[in-house]
Design a protein around this ligand. Sequence first.
Ligand SMILES: C[S@@+](CC[C@H](N)C(=O)[O-])C[C@H]1O[C@@H](n2cnc3c(N)ncnc32)[C@H](O)[C@@H]1O
Length: 241
Amino acid sequence: MKIAEELDIPYIPRAKNSLQKLKEIYELDYLLVVEQNQVILKGKEVLFWHPSMAVPRLKALREGKNDPMLEAMKLKPGYHVLDCTLGLGSDALVSAYGVGSEGHVTGLESSKYIAFITRWGLENFNGQNTHVKALLSRITVINQRYEEYLKNQPDDRYEVVYFDPMFRKALHNSPSMNALRPLANHHPLEQGSIHEALRVAKFRVVVKEMAGGLEFLRLSPDYVVGGKYSPIAYGVWEKNE
Ligand SMILES: C[S@@+](CC[C@H](N)C(=O)[O-])C[C@H]1O[C@@H](n2cnc3c(N)ncnc32)[C@H](O)[C@@H]1O
């Protein structure tokens, strides 16, 4: 009931109906279902929060391996990162590792459903992974478009500002990306937002893109990290003052 109010969606008591029956009766594409301490958005695909790809990346970092995103961001303990495209927060978890216990990650997500599911997941994660658990409280979720948020921030507010826009061409056919795609904001990153992010960043702005993708031709980063042996590349704009 409280969740329905917060998201401004109707609350439907399940009674003894199947979910399919409820969708048919109320002519709904999606149902947000609360099940065993998990909030699940059920449409054609199923969306719920889980640490997903962050888990192997965090394990590799603990084993002393590099993470190309952290390499591009050059995070240090105590940094405050602005993740402008939070999604389900896998990259934010890796950033949270990079900034250490004194640092913080603020994540912006324009879809109220994705923002809610991610916030719920971060606040209610009851999995076994203690390494993930230690990072959850370092991330704050804000349901807002980065265009709006950035323009209200002072200069140099965050050490690093990060973007992972929806790829022009889908790269992964993972179930969670398939479930996220119809709800996500697909608007391409504008040059103006990079300028604004550079004002708000103290050190640098980092953008994720498919290796060989055309976005960096359009956006012209100062340099690119990764992409030679991996499907992902990171464009970096350094703040030169
Ligand atoms: C590719 S996903 C990000 C995945 C994320 N990096 C992760 O590791 O889980 C892009 C996300 O950014 C959100 N987004 C796109 N444009 C946005 C904007 N202008 N403001 C805030 N969020 C935005 C989309 O809704 C989507 O959830």
